[in-house]
Write a protein that binds this ligand. Structure first.
Ligand SMILES: C[S@@+](CC[C@H](N)C(=O)[O-])C[C@H]1O[C@@H](n2cnc3c(N)ncnc32)[C@H](O)[C@@H]1O
Length: 190
């Protein structure tokens, strides 16, 4: 783990200077998409954020098996890290199956909110992108509402997730007969 561990914002800022681009994945779960991104973008720095220990173990296995050299794992709350980073550091951000908090009284805990989208807009470069995928129809509707409030920062469209790996949570949704809703947000010129 030591070699793949990211200590915080200062280390990330220094590391990013040595790469063509920087990509962040938030809540990578078992890391299927992170490993895919790292192999597809060998000249990019991939920052992988997750607090779930068994998932971190799965990604470390995949790093070892596929000799991936461009992944750094941040194992604490990503929201703290994001607030300490300089503006425009990332080219792409991926959030696949953010925790759905399906009960109405818990909806306020959902990650994809107007305020959080503002933080993402700050850490992305001009024309940088946020890829968001959810397997809960009600969350998809609330994402559309939150993005509507962020239209000074982002251009927004619904896209297909074709060509992307299917993650553990997406597979579970498919098995249960639920659909995957995917969005691409592009940072408007600042
Ligand atoms: C529903 S799971 C989806 C995992 C994976 N992306 C997938 O599709 O299989 C959401 C993950 O986000 C992680 N997560 C939630 N909030 C987070 C935060 N603030 N910082 C880092 N990870 C977070 C959780 O630990 C959890 O593993």
């Amino acid at each position: 783990m030591e070699h793949h561990h990211l200590s915080g914002a200062n280390e990330l800022s220094e590391l990013a200077q040595g790469y063509e681009k920087s990509i962040l994945e938030i809540g990578f779960g078992n890391g299927e998409n992170t490993a895919f991104l790292a192999a597809k973008n060998p000249n990019a720095l991939i920052i992988a954020s997750e607090v779930y220990l068994s998932g971190i173990g799965s990604l470390l296995n995949s790093i070892a098996q596929n000799s991936l050299k461009n992944i750094k794992i941040y194992d604490d709350d990503v929201r703290e890290l994001l607030l300490k980073l300089p503006n425009g550091i990332f080219d792409e951000i991926y959030i696949i199956c953010p925790d759905p908090w399906p009960k109405a009284r818990h909806h306020k805990r959902r990650l994809i909110k107007h305020g959080f989208l503002k933080v993402l807009a700050n850490v992305l470069r001009e024309e940088g992108t946020v890829y968001i995928s959810t397997d809960w129809e009600n969350y998809a509707e609330s994402i559309e509402e939150e993005v509507e409030k962020s239209k000074e920062d982002f251009l927004f469209k619904k896209i297909s997730n074709e060509g992307m790996p299917i993650t553990r949570f997406q597979q579970r949704a498919i098995n249960e007969g639920r659909s995957i809703h995917t969005f691409l947000l592009t940072v408007l010129k600042k």
